[in-house]
Write a protein that binds this ligand. Structure first.
Ligand code: 5AD
Ligand code: SF4
Length: 452
């Protein structure tokens, strides 16, 4: 009996998936995992244990692309001991590079773009019958959003509400890799979230490159605030989040919906990119700093406890000293809870490539470090204001660095560590915040919260 069991285990096929890049890419990997599971593959934690390795790549910044290249070399070396190992590259780099990627490395067996994810099982069959060399890029409008999804955390889930982007910010490769913006019908989204609720999930994060323009092009008349109000009554779901909103499209209706709907969390990620109007224009962002600032004031007036995060690019072409200072002033003036900071990187096809005034890398790095230091202080101050207050925390895991420690997030998206029983994971509890750093909060469970 035990021998048979061992045989069975040995015959199970395994896939190892490695993701580079944004949440969108992470979520795509969950879809790939779901499709591979249907095709009979278990997820492997280790590359040397797998018959198939899939690298899901991001090309938003050059660094992620470089990392992919070095990983291909690393995983490719496993082929020496295991010639039957199949390696696939998916995601935005695959979309962009297509055949070139396959031609450039003998180690890669197949390549597929973000719009061809639903074809992964079919691609696998073609590789096993015809050998290496399959490239599937996927066409605009290819059905992909309703693919099966394998999520490994049963508490918080990403839910895709739209694909692609129509904005063409001058530095950004996304409209070329993920294609034009397509919204997903609201019924499909609601069905998926109802399914998540009945599986015990407590929180959903709605994903799209520009959620504030959700609904464009659908045959039904639905916009993003309406979608939020349709999700609100779903029993079992306690928290609703979303990323990313475009400042230009952020409407008063959306702010009203956030204020009114109790499950929509008090956090907004609103990418500013730069505090200089000249740079914002060069980026084709469609707003001025003043317009952006007014929207932040409006949100804070309506939802005083809201936390605000942003994306900033330093070193965009033509960013002179005074432009950089405007970005620093904006960060000081707005006081973000958190920022995601990038140095401009040249991406193929993008309009910014042909702009004048590209800056040397060392200057970009210098500016990046200057802002990082400044933001640390701002975030420390923001987090410090939580000391002594109580906050609702949804626990979603153990703290790997502390025996008997668990971790969760406030509605404002702050990471909170407490000492507490594992049985609290998956539950919402009140916590008193006792100390803070620039990156997280530390709390104690309130008496009536200790039991799950
Ligand atoms: N260089 C640097 N940062 C970029 N981003 C997108 N494209 C680039 C680029 N070429 C950043 C933007 C965006 C975030 C997801 O990545 O800040 O909001
Ligand atoms: Fe890229 Fe701009 Fe679209 Fe965001 S809004 S994905 S930065 S083009």
């Amino acid at each position: 009996m035990s021998e048979q069991l061992t045989d069975y285990k040995n015959s199970t096929k395994k896939v190892y998936i490695k993701t580079f890049g944004c949440q969108m890419n992470e979520h795509d990997s969950e879809r790939i995992a779901g499709l591979m599971a249907e095709a009979g593959y278990d997820l492997s934690e280790r590359p040397d244990d797998a018959q198939v390795i899939i690298l899901n790549s991001c090309s938003v910044r050059e660094k992620a692309y470089d990392k992919l290249r070095s990983e291909i070399g690393r995983f490719g070396s496993l082929k020496k001991n295991n010639p039957g190992l199949v390696i696939g590259v998916g995601g935005c780099v695959a979309q962009q590079e297509g055949k070139r990627l396959l031609g450039g490395s003998r180690l890669i067996d197949f390549v597929f773009g973000p719009r061809a994810i639903h074809k992964v099982p079919e691609i696998m069959e073609r590789v096993s019958s015809d050998g290496r060399g399959v490239v599937e890029i996927g066409a605009p409008g290819d059905k992909m959003i309703d693919a099966n999804i394998k999520r490994d955390n049963g508490i918080t889930a990403w839910v895709s509400i739209m694909e692609g982007c129509d904005n063409y910010c001058s530095y950004c490769v996304v409209p070329y890799t993920r294609g034009r913006e397509v919204s997903r019908p609201s019924n499909n989204i609601i069905n998926e979230i109802e399914g998540l609720a009945s599986d015990g999930f407590k929180e959903v994060t709605l994903l799209g490159q520009n959620v504030s323009s959700y609904g464009k092009g659908l045959s039904e008349s639905v916009d993003f605030p309406t979608l939020l109000s349709k999700i609100e009554p779903i029993e079992g779901i306690e928290r609703i989040r979303f990323i990313t909103s475009h400042p230009r499209d952020l409407s008063v209706d959306l702010i009203d919906a956030m204020a009114k709907l109790s499950k929509v969390c008090e956090h907004i990620h609103l990418p500013l990119q730069s505090g200089s109007d000249k740079i914002l224009e060069g980026m084709n962002r469609g707003y001025t700093y003043e317009e952006y600032r007014k929207k932040i004031d409006l949100i804070r007036n309506r939802i005083p406890s809201i936390s605000v995060s942003t994306d900033i690019i330093v070193g965009f072409p033509g960013e002179y000293k005074d432009d950089f200072h405007k970005t620093k002033d904006a960060l000081l003036g707005i006081g973000y809870d958190n920022i995601y900071l990038f140095r401009y990187s040249r991406r193929p096809n993008t309009a910014a490539l042909s702009l004048d005034g590209h800056l040397p890398e060392d200057l970009k790095i210098e500016r990046l470090e200057e802002i990082l230091l400044m933001q640390r202080e701002i975030a420390s101050r923001k987090n410090g204001s939580y000391i002594g207050r109580s906050a609702q925390v949804l626990f979603d895991g153990q703290n790997s660095k502390e025996e008997g420690g668990i971790v969760g997030r406030t509605r404002t998206n702050k990471v909170v560590y407490v000492k507490g029983s594992r049985s609290l994971i998956g539950h919402l509890k009140e916590v008193k915040i006792v100390s803070t750093s620039f990156a997280s909060l530390r709390g104690e469970l309130l008496e009536n919260s200790i039991n799950a």
